[in-house]
Design a binder for this molecule. Structure first.
Ligand code: FAD
Length: 535
């Protein structure tokens, strides 16, 4: 306890020296923080970096909260101090461009919080029979993998996912949270009943559609700008037991997108007449076909692009799943067959596997472990995620997949459509102005420094290519929106938000008037001294 106080005093002194914090150490101590304020080099290093490994910013201190009240006290102190300091919630740090970092304040490590007596563990509620009453209350820093595990103990699971589960609830809800279920259930931000949020004024507010709804909609997809999510109430459904996972190849892009669009148009049909998950990816080189996202193709059964007469060297892979359990195990084959026979893929190219539901949801982690063992995970990731309107996806194909990329992509390229009416327009996220739009995700790794890597895989090369892609779209008038957006000037952000900018700005002034939260997004400069206001 004494050591803790000593460390805390030291951390506070550092804050005072660096930002001229007007509180005396004893006053911060009197805030009664139960968690740990830390200057530990490992904590500082972890908070300085993210998955992108392209930007570094060391905070003044790292805070491990023990409760939502701790977050209230710390944000309240930042808001109330004369000169102030910034506060950035960090989930699992899987951003690409330093979005959870700050060099002028404190990083709150949400997913490494001090857990006391299981007080912050996911709490499943299924008291009522009605579906609407089945939900789980989770701490904002909880990882989705732990939410899944907790819900499965009751035979339940959330409905909408990300492809990778080692992301925090607060982190994905601050963006959107998308995967192959989004066409049907909407993104994760369309699947939230209620939130507890600590605003930039240090106030803890419960919000939902009915209560403090402006804050609720602002925070969902709000890039951490309006408050720190300390609790989320996520609806649950009965968890299926198994998954039939199917991939089929196309050499014709029009046939591929036509089929994807047909499949997502079935969202209103009974479960037996639609898939549960619809994604796809682009294959522009032989190396890619067995990369970390597509290890599904067995090494004993290697798939060669050349064997499928790819048009222009590019193949497209449709990826769909059907969930099942004892109740529909007997009909699953016919249901899948009825759907597949309406599609136009290369007839000999269907690959099927069958696995437990959890293994399917957690599929990317398996590949993460493989990459980690080869030293290929902790490398720079110049990822680019775009929402492309359906009307221009064919131009995008010609200009980018068959043009700019060449034949070496350095990582998976996902492509799948979603239905805009599954996205709540009141949230902060922005999507293209069309009923159907595609996620195109370039998930690339800079590997020139690892054995076997070449200069086409360098960070510079890939970053330039990303710029080229954006320039091409701009020149061609393709009105895309970045997902997990990264901009550095106010003009770019205004352009990104378009019609929503005025509302976004107004919400910021209401919920975080000193602009102290999530400054790593580089949208607003804090209203402190000039020293603090520069990034
Ligand atoms: P962080 O990087 O820690 O934070 C992101 C932003 O959210 C920061 O601005 C931070 O300040 C803010 N924030 C964090 N916690 C909170 C909180 N509790 N309250 C308020 N603001 C908060 N995304 C998808 O949609 N679908 C995918 O399939 C998908 N797959 C991915 C796979 C991998 C391997 C990786 C690295 C990323 C993937 N992502 C995917 C992107 C991911 O959803 C975002 O990067 C997300 O922000 C990561 O969550 P995090 O907990 O690491 O957030």
């Amino acid at each position: 306890m004494a050591t803790n106080k000593l460390l805390l005093t030291f951390a506070i002194c550092r804050l005072i020296v660096t930002v001229g914090l007007t509180l005396r150490p004893t006053e911060l101590l009197r805030l009664g923080l139960d968690g740990q304020l830390s200057l530990d080099p490992t904590d500082m290093e972890t908070a300085s970096l993210d998955f992108g490994m392209m930007s570094r910013a060391e905070p003044l201190a790292v805070f491990h909260p023990a409760s939502a009240d701790d977050v209230v006290r710390l944000v309240g102190a930042a808001y109330g101090s004369v000169n102030g300091f910034t506060v950035s919630a960090k989930g699992h740090g899987h951003s690409i461009n330093g979005q959870a970092q700050t060099s002028h304040g404190v990083v709150i490590e949400m997913s490494r919080s001090v857990k006391k007596l299981g007080q912050l563990s996911p709490l499943v509620s299924m008291e009522q029979e009605e579906q609407a009453q089945r939900y789980v209350d989770v701490w904002g820093g909880e990882l989705w993998i732990d939410v899944l595990r907790a819900a499965l103990e009751y035979g339940l699971a959330p409905k909408s996912w990300t492809d990778y589960l080692y992301l925090s609830v607060g982190g994905t809800l601050s963006n959107a949270g998308i995967s192959g279920q989004a066409f049907n259930h909407g993104p994760q931000i369309s699947n939230v009943y209620e939130l507890d949020v600590v605003t930039g004024k240090g106030e803890l507010m419960t919000c939902s559609e009915e209560q403090n709804s402006e804050l609720f909609h602002a925070v969902l997809g709000g890039l951490g700008q309006f408050g720190i999510i300390t609790r989320a109430r996520i609806p649950l459904e009965p968890a299926p037991q198994r998954v039939r996972w199917i991939r089929a190849l196309y050499s014709n892009f029009t046939a591929f997108t036509k089929d994807q669009e047909f499949l997502i148009s079935l969202h209103g049909h009974p479960n037996s007449q639609k898939f549960d998950y619809i994604e796809g990816f682009v294959i522009v080189d032989d190396g890619l076909i067995n990369n970390w996202r597509s290890s599904f193709f067995s090494p004993r059964n290697p798939v060669k692009i050349t064997s499928f007469n790819a048009n222009g060297g590019v193949l497209y892979c449709l990826e769909v799943t059907k969930n099942y359990d004892e109740s529909n195990a007997n009909s699953i084959d016919q249901e899948i067959e009825a759907l597949l026979e309406k599609l136009d893929f290369i007839p000999t190219s269907v690959f099927t596997t069958d696995l437990p539901y959890v293994d399917f949801l957690d599929r990317v982690h398996k590949n993460e472990l493989k990459l980690r063992s080869k030293g290929l995970w902790d490398v720079p990731h110049p990822w680019l995620n775009l929402f492309v309107p359906k009307s221009r996806i064919s131009d995008f194909d010609k200009g980018v997949f068959k043009g700019i990329l060449g034949n070496n992509t350095s990582g998976p390229i996902l492509i799948y459509p979603m239905n805009k009416d599954k996205w709540d327009h009141r949230s902060s996220v922005v999507t293209p102005d069309e009923q159907v739009f595609y996620l195109v995700a370039f998930l690339r790794s800079a590997l020139d420094t690892v054995i076997g890597g070449d200069e086409n895989q360098s960070l510079e090369y890939l970053t330039n290519q990303n710029r080229q892609i954006l320039r091409f779209c701009d020149d061609a008038g393709i009105k895309l929106k970045q997902y997990l957006p990264h901009y550095t000037t106010e003009e770019e952000w205004m352009d990104h938000f378009g019609d929503k900018w005025a509302q976004f700005y107004q919400r910021k002034m209401e919920f975080d008037p000193r602009r102290i939260l999530a400054t790593g997004q580089r949208i607003f400069k804090p209203s402190f001294s000039t020293k603090v206001a520069s990034w």
